[in-house]
Design a protein around this ligand. Structure first.
Ligand SMILES: CC(=O)SCCNC(=O)CCNC(=O)[C@H](O)C(C)(C)COP(=O)(O)OP(=O)(O)OC[C@H]1O[C@@H](n2cnc3c(N)ncnc32)[C@H](O)[C@@H]1OP(=O)(O)O
Ligand SMILES: O=C([O-])CC(=O)C(=O)O
Length: 372
């Protein structure tokens, strides 16, 4: 057997044409993430990840129309959401359950043709923002809102969440966050999705598995923990003492470090810029200033750079979003990458089944329970 590799660090588990991270540069289908963050709509990015090319104007218009049509939630889904909306569980547990419910109420859930899988992928990317927004309202006893045909996915999401038409700056910020979180090669949640569907299980099962993996604080759950940390710091003058205490206890600083990037996550700078733009407009730069001070001190003390989760926390906070919805927003975006990987896995499938090195007891003999 080959040597054990804890955490599968550096192991290549499959080939992909969806995204690459080479020498700290992230590209989606060969397009630099900075270029996409600056210019692309989230809808274009979904198309790019599924079809390995950008859509032309007509293709994009049709794609957007299909997405908007699929955004609505059926009454059975709203009824299921009503049953759990007030449970005291993390919103990611609600999302995991509701995606599973989408599978329950999709008559085509077991369909395995290419057409059926693309159609289910479309339903999932379209319904994810509506689910998060509906849950956010229903847990506060507010009526869930229907998507509007005249808004982009980012705009619709903010509208359905808040009930008011978002400003162009807020739509730009949300769109940029969705583009930047959409895809990231063989991260833990994408790997979970691929492992699941490689058994020839269905797409809803794959996405349910992925949501479970994204929830954890070492992965997507870090963005919520970043906001918890910033709130605990509370003022720029507390940054050093707070971080010193954390590091002395050998605790991880959320939103820093990365398994793959050696010199920093390129997505962080675009979110930092967005964060600066948002806070400059509101005139309340407190959270941005604290974040900059944290970034500087963690670099000075540990030579660690922020990852995608660090500045996304302040961006969402500036958009007025509750902190426990930060990771669910990650699902609204990452469903693009998960679905692309699931479709790619089906295209050229092989069961994913690594080995474990056995380090337990050997040569035991069964003793009847009465004699133990
Ligand atoms: C979307 C995303 O998933 S991005 C990642 C989001 N997660 C986080 O922000 C959580 C905080 N970060 C981390 O826990 C890690 O950096 C991970 C999970 C992202 C990567 O983990 P790994 O590649 O397994 O690195 P590992 O945890 O072994 O860290 C290597 C060393 O750097 C240190 N280190 C890494 N990240 C951090 C951190 N955030 N704070 C403090 N120390 C850290 C570790 O303590 C370890 O030091 P040691 O060798 O002296 O023990
Ligand atoms: O790639 C990873 O390990 C985690 C990450 O940054 C992501 O999923 O966006």
């Amino acid at each position: 057997m080959t040597e054990m590799n804890k955490g599968l660090e550096g192991v290549i588990a499959s080939q992909t044409k969806i995204s690459s991270i080479i020498d700290d540069r992230l590209t989606y289908v060969g397009y630099d993430i900075g270029d996409l963050a600056e210019h692309a709509s989230f809808e274009e990015v979904i198309y790019l990840l599924w079809y390995y090319r950008l859509p032309n104007k007509r293709e994009l218009a049709i794609f957007q129309e299909q997405l908007t049509k699929e955004m609505k939630l059926g009454h059975k889904i709203i009824a299921s959401l009503a049953v759990i909306a007030h449970e005291k569980v993390h919103p990611m547990s609600v999302m995991r359950t509701m995606v599973s419910m989408l599978g329950v109420y999709d008559k085509d859930s077991e369909g395995d043709s290419n057409l059926s899988n693309y159609s289910k992928a479309m339903k999932l990317v379209a319904k994810m923002p509506t689910l998060v927004a509906a849950y956010a309202r229903m847990r506060k006893d507010e009526v869930p809102l229907q998507p509007r045909g005249d808004l982009s996915l980012a705009g619709n999401f903010l509208y359905m969440l808040t009930g008011t038409e978002p400003t162009p700056l807020h739509v730009k910020a949300m769109n940029r966050a969705l583009v930047l979180h959409a895809e990231h090669e063989m991260n833990a949640s994408t790997f979970s999705a691929r492992v699941c569907v490689a058994t020839l299980s269905d797409i809803y099962s794959g996405v349910t598995a992925a949501i479970g993996s994204l929830k954890g604080a070492l992965h997507g759950g870090a963005n919520e923990q970043v906001m918890v940390m910033l709130a605990e710091i509370g003022d720029e003058s507390n940054v050093v003492a707070y971080l010193d205490a954390k590091l002395a206890k050998k605790e991880k600083i959320m939103g820093f470090g990365h398994r793959v990037y050696e010199n920093g996550d390129p997505r962080a700078q675009y979110l930092r810029d967005m964060c600066e733009e948002l806070t400059t407009v509101t005139g309340d730069t407190k959270w941005y200033d604290i974040s900059r001070a944290v970034e500087q001190y963690v670099w000075d003390k540990k030579q660690l750079k922020p990852n995608v989760d660090f500045y996304s926390a302040t961006v969402y906070h500036c958009l007025g979003i509750d902190q426990d919805l930060f990771t669910p927003i990650f699902t609204v975006s990452r469903i693009a990458g998960w679905s692309a990987h699931i479709l790619e896995q089906y295209e050229d499938n092989r069961l994913i089944r690594p080995r474990a090195e056995y380090v337990g007891e050997t040569n035991n003999t069964y003793i009847p329970v009465e004699e133990r």
